[in-house]
Design a protein around this ligand. Structure first.
Ligand code: ADP
Ligand code: MG
Length: 290
């Protein structure tokens, strides 16, 4: 039978905005040695806004038109930012495919379109000249999210977006470090932009970038093999495999359904500060049971 203390803790957690789907994580959370955080939507607010569009040979409006027509079918936060910024008519897309951690590929019946990150462009053998790369690096280093828009073999433009770090992210990291936890941010985003975000969280935070959703799961699996009892905190489709793999999995309430389904607990309103309460609550509960 479930100990009464666990039931009480689950009820208290609910009142405070944490939905616990698997009571066992109260037992595991204090024992976890390594916390893995997704970046976009987990440490950042996940509501990026377009700051600038840099077209190559076409108009800014057309870059946005192609991007929005392709992104319309994606649930990614970047996709939502792009589509909501566009009010014109879409081009007719007959087929599209989301490539988690990379972007979207689509076809209008004649042409292929790619909207996503540098890794996607490389994978599709799209030629990127050095001036485009320089522009990308410059903005990425400033912390901007960057989307490449390509048609067939050509880059049509770059879309730069900014996403703010959650106000309480630093205090959560500080708390966990004080509890002697190892912390790693794992993200599909590029090194330049992720490093800028992670630097603001303070030192002693590890960073792994440019990885696919399956890489995220592999990292968690390795951590399990190292007996670190990994906790994964994420929000996206791209985090679902890692959340499923982790001993402890926590999803953001505003995250995608699949992330929520794959997790042991959910933080309502995506409020990351709740992790501090959650950790204290599970420690207290285990002390009672012991
Ligand atoms: P994170 O791990 O930070 O949550 P994701 O794995 O969701 O990020 O995405 C990693 C990167 O892949 C994004 O930063 C973006 O460059 C690119 N990407 C993924 N999906 C899309 C999309 N629908 N449109 C544009 N870019 C995308
Ligand atoms: Mg995310």
């Amino acid at each position: 039978a479930t100990p009464l203390a666990i039931l009480v803790a689950i009820s208290n957690a609910t009142k405070n905005g944490i939905i616990i789907k698997n009571g066992q994580i109260l037992e595991l959370l204090p024992k976890s040695k390594h916390f893995y955080f997704d970046k976009t939507g987990t440490l950042t607010i996940g509501k990026p806004e377009i700051i600038k569009i840099i077209p190559f040979g076409i108009s800014e409006e057309d870059v946005l038109k192609y991007a929005a027509s392709v992104e319309r079918l994606s649930s990614h936060v970047l996709a939502k930012a792009v589509t909501s910024a566009y009010t014109g008519e879409f081009i007719n897309i007959v087929k599209s495919k989301e490539l988690p951690g990379k972007g979207v590929e689509a076809s209008d019946g004649t042409n292929l379109y790619y909207v996503g990150n540098l890794n996607l462009m490389k994978e599709k053998n799209i030629h990127i000249d050095s001036t485009v790369l320089e522009i990308f690096e410059k903005y990425a280093k400033e912390g901007y999210l960057t989307i490449f828009v390509a048609k067939n073999d050509d880059i049509l433009g770059l879309i730069l977006l900014s996403d703010k770090i959650k106000q309480s992210a630093s205090s959560v990291i500080k708390f966990l470090l004080a509890q002697k936890k190892k912390i790693t941010v794992i993200t599909g985003d590029n090194y330049f932009s992720a490093a800028k975000i992670v630097k603001t969280l303070g030192l002693n935070v590890n960073l792994i970038t440019d990885i696919t959703p399956l890489d995220k799961a592999k990292i968690i699996k390795h951590s399990k093999e190292m007996k670190e009892l990994p906790a994964m905190i994420g929000d996206g489709i791209n985090d679902a495999p890692a959340l499923k793999e982790a001993d402890i999995s926590i999803a953001m309430g505003k995250g995608t359904d699949i992330a929520i389904e794959s997790s042991d607990a959910v933080l309502l309103n995506s409020d990351i500060k709740l992790l501090i309460y959650f950790h204290k609550l599970s420690q207290k509960t285990m002390n009672i049971i012991k």
